[in-house]
Write a protein that binds this ligand. Structure first.
Ligand code: C5P
Length: 282
């Protein structure tokens, strides 16, 4: 009766901010890809909507998967509910879109479980109401995002790559990072456009990765600079911060080097995952 659905982490290979919009959000250009690292959602029919999670502190009315279920039910006038069991693997408030991805997987999964038949475009509208990263997490794969992140140009899958994610034990509020961004951090989106072409022709070491939020988070949390430095020392190239941070990532040539890097990061008390882009569509 129930169904299981993966919720993949997202990675911003570029994150360029073009300026502040009248609605308070920022206009972005971002080349994004899904990562193999994922949470798993198990959905079961039930009378009411209930979220359970391997991290119980994430359960509550603010949970984005819970809000996604309520939104889908309201949009379709469905009368039943569901139990949503989330097995977390994506770190929380880490710049990897974990909550957004759980919300997107909830929309996809419950639309199937409830047989509510909402078309893809309507699901994308609901996703955009839940958060700027939810539309990408719903679409999956590789895309060039614009607007506040909800306008997506799908791109061919990236070539296979070995990525090490390293996360220091701090949590960063995305809203406060954007609030501290000043116009000298604005760009024109050219790097994102360039990467959209280059990524299929050159190895990652030549990719023009950029994250306008990195200097802002670095100022507030110098520990993030130490994570970037360790990745460089380990031989990763290029290295960058994920989203608004604090997780950072770097590309390695071999899985062995990346695993060695993961052990070095864990020796310092940081969390680490070896992963890579995944070609996934709902
Ligand atoms: O859309 P979401 O709720 O995930 O965004 C979290 C916060 O990040 C927003 O409240 C806003 O402060 C900031 N943000 C932004 N511009 C974007 C996306 C997010 O200013 N394009």
């Amino acid at each position: 009766m129930g169904l299981s659905i993966p919720a993949y982490a997202k990675l911003n290979l570029t994150l360029e901010v073009l300026g502040k919009r009248p609605d308070g959000y920022h206009e972005l250009r971002s080349l994004m890809c899904s990562l193999a690292l994922h949470d798993t959602l198990r959905l079961e029919p039930a009378a009411a909507i209930e979220v359970r999670c391997s991290l119980p502190e994430l359960v509550g009315p603010g949970n984005l998967a819970h809000r996604a279920a309520l939104l889908l039910r309201a949009a379709t006038n469905y009368s039943g509910g569901a139990t949503i069991n989330i097995e977390k693997r994506i770190p929380v408030a880490a710049g990897l879109g974990g909550g957004s991805s759980d919300a997107a997987a909830t929309l996809i999964g419950l639309n199937r479980l409830w047989d509510t038949g909402l078309p893809g475009e309507a699901l994308q509208d609901l996703a955009a109401q839940l958060g700027s990263d939810v539309p990408f997490c719903l679409a999956g794969g590789t895309a060039l995002a614009s607007g506040r992140g909800e306008i997506l140009r799908p791109l061919p899958p990236l070539p296979p790559a070995i990525i090490l994610l390293v996360r220091p034990p701090i949590q960063v509020s995305t809203a406060s990072v954007y609030a501290a961004l000043t116009p000298d951090g604005y760009g024109d989106g050219a790097a994102s456009e360039r990467l959209a072409t280059l990524a299929y022709a050159t190895p990652p070491v030549d990719w023009p990765l950029v994250n306008a939020l990195q200097p802002v988070t670095l100022r507030a949390y110098p520990l993030v600079g130490e994570v970037l430095e360790l990745l460089r020392e380990l031989g990763a190239a290029p290295v960058l911060m994920c989203g608004s941070g604090p997780t950072c990532f770097g590309f390695f040539d071999t899985a062995e080097e990346a695993e060695r890097g993961a052990r070095a990061a864990r020796d310092r008390g940081w969390e680490a995952w070896v992963t890579g882009p995944i070609d996934w569509q709902p």
